[in-house]
Every structure is written in C-alpha cells, then in structure tokens.
Design a binder for this molecule. Structure first.
Ligand SMILES: *Cc1c(COP(=O)(O)O)cnc(C)c1O
Length: 227
C-alpha cells in the first residue's frame, strides 16, 4: 500500500514538488518500504527518535536525505547536526546562530528553513509573521557562515477544513516572494515547505515546493502523538 500511495501522489503532483515522508511513530519496516518505493527525503520530529531510526535502518539510512521537521531543542543541536541534511524548524535568529556556531566547529554548513508561525498560534513554534521582523531575521541569518538559508516552512493552523488554510498559505508565499525580491546578499530562497496529507493540493496551488506527508502514505498513525 505504501508504494501505491507514494506512486499515486508522485503522479498527481508537479515534478518540481519534493515529497517528504513524515515518519513519526512509524516502524523501521514501514520506513524501509517507503524508501524502496522511492522516497528521497525522510522527515523526523524528534532528534532521539531519528537517531534510533537511523541506526535501525542500516544501509537504508544513506539512501535518503534526513530533514528535521519538529521543534529543535538547544541541547540536541550537536546530535541533530550529525543526522540531518536540513533543519526546517529554525524559528529565530538565536536558533540559527546556535546551529551556525556549532556547525562551523565541525566545518559544516547546515541548510535550514525559517519556520513561520503563519497562524500566529501561541501553541505553535515559528517566527511571528511580521514582515519587518522576518526580513531583519533573514538578513542577519544570511551573514552566518555555518548555516545556509534555503527557504521557509510553515504548518498552518489545525482546521477541519483544509480550504481554510488557503489565506495562510497565500500569505506565506507572499512573504517568500517578497524576501526574494529584496537584495539580500547570499540569499536565494528556493524552498517553500508547506502542505501535509490533508492540505498538500491546496498548498501546491499556493506555491509550495515541498510537501510533508505522513498519514496519506502510511495510513493512520500508530500511537497518539502530540502533533
Ligand atoms: C506529522 C507531520 C506532518 C505530516 O502530517 P500528516 O497529516 O500525517 O501528513 C507534516 N509536517 C510536520 C511538521 C509533522 O509533524
């Protein structure tokens, strides 16, 4: 089923759209199945869980890119740098600076996305969607040598009707385009990570270039999670 699901979605969405398999709560066998089906990016919410999965998957681990899509705690940054190819959930200059200084020490440049809390929800992480604040943050991040800002990521508020997400996705896209129109040295944002199982079509219509899918690939989640 996982294979059919991925193939169907791959056919459905434009070629430029990258698909991330959001694997929280999934077993190593399920993840292997997804990798065999051709997924190229795995998204993880927790550093510790990602580390365990990385070990359990053996040679499979090296066949995919690993993206951090959950909130990153400061004390997990060093571990995260070892596993992940991208951290999508940078929500402040301070966070970017912290990642940068640690990755400099190991001669790395970590690709990152700035997470925008587009629904301004107190329960969610991400930078507030105030353009001035975002621009200033992006300008400062662009001067850091241990990280490379590749784009924006957003979750959008939890809703029963995905159509209600349209204005939020539109707004994120506007911020994305506006940032790209500024003449910030070293800045060329290419990735707009938005859209999940229930909202990826809408997100793509609004300009998403990267969708993060769990349920629609694997079926309902096994355990209760806080996400
Ligand atoms: C779980 C998760 C997803 C995927 O959610 P589904 O609704 O299962 O597709 C996407 N992004 C993030 C950040 C997640 O935590």
């Amino acid at each position: 089923m996982i294979k059919e699901n991925l193939e169907r979605i791959r056919r459905e969405v434009p070629e430029y759209v990258e698909i991330i398999g959001a694997v929280k709560t999934r077993t190593p066998d399920e993840i292997k199945e997804l990798i065999d089906a051709g997924i190229t990016i795995i998204g993880h919410n927790y550093v510790q869980e990602a580390e365990d999965t990385f070990e359990e998957l053996g040679e499979y681990s090296g066949r995919v890119q690993w993206h951090m899509i959950g909130h990153l705690q400061k004390n997990k940054i060093n571990k995260a740098l070892k596993i992940f190819n991208m951290i999508q959930t940078v929500d402040s200059f301070g966070c970017a600076e912290e990642i940068s200084s640690r990755s400099e020490k190991i001669n790395k440049v970590m690709p990152i996305l700035l997470e925008v809390n587009i629904g301004e929800e107190s329960s969610k992480t991400g930078i507030e969607p105030d353009y001035r604040v975002i621009l200033e943050t992006v300008q400062k991040i662009s001067l850091l040598s241990g990280v490379s800002l590749k784009g924006l990521m957003t979750m959008g508020p939890l809703t029963s009707d995905p159509k209600l997400l349209i204005p939020y996705f539109k707004n994120t896209r506007l911020i994305f385009d506006r940032l790209n129109s500024e003449r910030v040295d070293n800045l060329n944002l290419k990735i707009l990570s938005m859209g999940m199982s229930d909202s990826y079509k809408i997100a793509i219509d609004e300009g998403s270039t990267m969708i993060r899918l769990g349920t629609i690939l694997f079926g309902a989640r096994h355990k209760k999670t806080t996400l």
